[in-house]
Design a protein around this ligand. Structure first.
Ligand SMILES: Cc1ncc(COP(=O)(O)O)c(C=O)c1O
Length: 356
């Protein structure tokens, strides 16, 4: 927490407005707008809800193909299933570890069933090659949705991830760079779409005094109490990004003499938020390292298992090049909490070195 969370929560209680609307919901949306430069923001109950609303507003449904990064967390793609659409997974490239623009272009130039949209993830807070990806989507007339759940604060040529496409989403889940304990934000340059998303997020109530419904909706709005936490958290976003990047640099310094270790790259002209420090081992079995870290009470996790390798998606279409499978086979996320100090990182690196 940053310091002002309880103060703002008390204000919410004083106002007696603990509903999923109120002053802090508006303030939180305004602070995301002014920080990221987006023109419309909608605070919702989770990043997953935000993705679901984006697909629903764009009219994506039964039988539609939706492209998505395969190297991601399942929260990126569950909403495709909620809409009865078909995910088509696209592999990563070595330059970014994120979605390969080359594979995307080749697929779009050759496919019979044109996808309606692409959900591209900026994994671990690091930019996908988003300008190139946006250009390809535009040329092929498909909607672009950015899953910036992990990448609040990351920029490409100075522009925030989440603001390049038709929709962007951020997550404020408990583990993210900022948290509201749980929550999300949908952003879009299109005000009509934002209004439609609000309509669906609040049970699709038609504008009558009585309750009138012509469509079904969801209960996806963010509570004023959680938004108060979000407003306080936004006050320290730049500090958090700086600290995450510092933690990454500490890891890099400590491990730079080990040839077999590679870190997740940062594309030129971009600034990632280094949400989690991600690295790969060319030779060593990372499970030995995971176990050794566990012994000193430090958590680490394998990189995300690609979606096309998940049993749930065994029948889904996937355009692969082996990159994400290799990353999953060789990679780990190491502890990256902003409460960590250099001595913690050194301690972890020492354990890694002893177990190579
Ligand atoms: C890449 C990615 N997409 C989507 C989500 C879903 O966000 P939420 O947990 O807020 O629903 C998360 C995080 O949980 C995520 O890491």
């Amino acid at each position: 927490m940053s310091g002002n969370e309880l103060k703002y929560i008390e204000k919410v209680f004083e106002s007696n407005y603990i509903a999923p609307l109120g002053e802090y919901v508006n303030k939180f949306e305004e602070s995301i707008k002014s920080y990221t430069g987006t023109s419309n923001a909608l605070a919702v109950s989770s990043g997953t809800a935000a993705l679901h609303l984006a697909l629903r507003v764009l009219g994506i449904g039964q039988g539609d193909d939706v492209l998505a990064s395969t190297f991601t967390f399942i929260g990126s793609v569950n909403a495709i299933l909620y809409q009865g659409a078909n995910p088509v997974f696209v592999d990563s490239d070595d330059a970014s570890w994120n979605l390969s623009p080359k594979l995307l272009k080749e697929y779009l130039e050759s496919c019979d069933n044109k996808p309606k949209a692409l959900i591209v993830t900026h994994l671990y807070g690091m930019n996908a090659d988003i300008e190139e990806i946006a250009k390809i989507c535009k040329a092929h007339g498909i909607y672009l949705i950015e899953d910036a759940a992990e990448s609040l604060g990351a920029t490409f040529n100075g522009k925030h991830t989440g603001t390049f496409g038709d929709f962007g989403i951020y997550s404020f889940n408990g583990n993210k760079i900022l948290t509201t304990s749980g929550g999300g934000m949908l952003v879009t340059p299109n005000q009509e779409w934002r209004d439609k998303a609000l309509f669906y997020a609040t049970q699709a109530k038609e504008p009558f005094l009585h309750y009138e419904h012509t469509e079904y909706g969801y209960n996806y709005r963010m509570s004023n109490v959680l938004a108060a936490i979000g407003v306080a958290q936004m006050e320290v976003i730049e500090e958090r990004v700086a600290k995450k990047r510092q933690i990454f640099e500490w890891y890099r310094e400590c491990l730079e003499d080990i040839d077999e270790i590679d870190f997740m790259p940062e594309l030129p002209n971009s600034r990632g938020n280094r949400w989690l420090t991600a690295l790969t081992f060319q030779k060593s079995d990372y499970m030995r390292i995971v176990e050794a870290l566990e012994e000193i009470n430090v958590e680490s996790r394998p990189l995300w298992k690609p979606m096309h390798m998940q049993p749930l998606f065994k029948d889904a279409k996937a355009i692969t090049n082996g990159t994400s499978e290799q990353l999953f086979a060789k990679g780990l996320c190491v502890a990256s909490s902003t409460i960590m100090e250099k001595s913690d990182v050194k301690h972890i690196c020492q354990t890694i070195k002893e177990n190579l």
